[in-house]
Write a protein that binds this ligand. Structure first.
Ligand code: FES
Ligand code: FE
Length: 375
């Protein structure tokens, strides 16, 4: 048989996974050109509630600056660059830089610069914190770190949201969060997330409920372009993604009022290739986000949400809500770290991708290459 008769899609060349210069360009052309999910409206319930984060080489603060407005700023003092906020989360009336005590209002404007007389020594109005564009989709908060104007989030996530609106996704609370540091290039993790070829062999917990065959079809057909939506299909009779397929919390939103929760209900949306993903099941939601650290390390964070009305110990136990993905993440981390050690081999060349079971990998890598080729 002439093996050259076969034509296969493959991953990228080895240099894409090991070259620091390519990694530096990715921060600019991929991660600063897409909406990145950083949290949920429940993180900032009241005026002055804030959280800070560190992603794609930037430190940011997200704050509810008024009843109706959530804003994001670079956590970088306009005086000499010290961070303005050192806490991961909290409630503030103002942000005061610990270095020389420049003080900023919740809307980012500079309120006071000790020793500088406003209008004589400084124009306070000109030295507010740099604002970061922020968008909200179904209760989830996204930021756009690039200097170029963001594409409006409503245009990017222009999906039919009617099914999700019923879940009242703004009305949820976080019940678990895990952040991992993984010894792998970020694209190995991305490629792993894009395919379920490995699921039967590696994810016994996920495969209790997730319909793997249907998932191949979904990823082939729905996971196209930078922003995608689509169903998350469970096996017949399974109500949610759990270790048994039975509920792990009270149903979300309007579904709580139904006599029986609908079986197999699930959907979500995502951003590729920077990889933010939100998955809604009938009784809980999961957020996954990828955070590049350097060419050989990537962060991965998963957060779990249930209805804001659900009562711990009565409607849910956090360890039960989080169980499937805690175990699945640990399995994926081991797979990705081993794969990356192989990719670093001098003799690594990318092998053939399965056309159906790994059908979303190459189209997403093509999206990545198109972003990388655009100055
Ligand atoms: Fe913030 Fe000086 S660096 S007040
Ligand atoms: Fe996996």
């Amino acid at each position: 048989m002439n093996v050259h008769a076969f034509r296969h899609d493959t991953g990228l060349t080895r240099e894409h996974y090991v070259d620091p210069a390519i990694y530096a360009l990715e921060l600019e052309r991929v991660f600063r050109r897409q909406w990145l999910c950083v949290g949920h409206v429940s993180d900032v319930p009241g005026v002055g509630n804030y959280f800070s984060d560190h992603l794609v080489g930037e430190r940011i603060i997200v704050v509810r600056s008024s009843e109706s407005r959530i804003q994001a700023f670079l956590n970088v003092c306009r005086h000499r660059g010290h961070h303005v906020c050192s806490e991961a989360r909290g409630r503030a009336k103002v942000f005061t830089c610990p270095y020389h005590q420049w003080t900023y209002n919740l809307d980012g404007s500079l309120k006071r610069a000790p020793g500088f007389a406003d209008g004589e020594d400084i124009d306070l109005k000109s030295w507010g914190l740099h604002e970061v564009e922020l968008g909200i989709w179904n209760g989830f908060i996204f930021v756009w770190l690039g200097k170029r104007k963001a594409k409006p989030i409503a245009e990017c996530f222009a999906f039919d949201n009617a099914g999700l609106a019923k879940l009242e996704p703004e009305h949820m609370k976080e019940v678990g969060r895990e952040r991992y540091r993984i010894a792998s290039n970020w694209k190995v993790l991305l490629e792993n997330y894009l395919e379920c070829y490995h699921c039967h062999g590696s994810h016994p917990e996920l495969c209790v409920t997730m319909d793997v065959e249907a998932t191949y079809k979904n990823t082939d057909e729905d996971w196209k372009g930078e922003y995608f939506a689509g169903p998350v299909q469970l096996y017949p009779g399974k109500v949610t993604a759990s270790m048994t397929g039975a509920l792990v919390s009270k149903p979300l939103g309007e579904l709580a009022g139904l006599p029986d929760p609908p079986a197999g209900y699930g959907g979500g949306a995502g951003v590729l290739p920077s990889l933010s993903r939100i998955i809604f099941h009938v009784d809980h939601a999961v957020m996954h986000v990828l955070r590049p650290i350097d060419v050989a390390h990537v962060g991965w964070e998963t957060r779990w949400y249930v209805s804001a009305d659900a009562v711990e110990g009565v409607d849910y136990k956090p360890e039960t809500v989080t169980e499937v993905w805690r175990l699945t993440n640990a399995e994926d981390i081991a797979l990705c770290e081993s794969t990356y050690r192989g990719v670093c081999s001098e003799r690594f060349v990318p092998g053939p991708l399965h056309p159906r079971r790994e059908g979303a990998v190459r189209p997403t890598l093509d999206t990545y290459l198109a972003l990388m080729a655009t100055p």
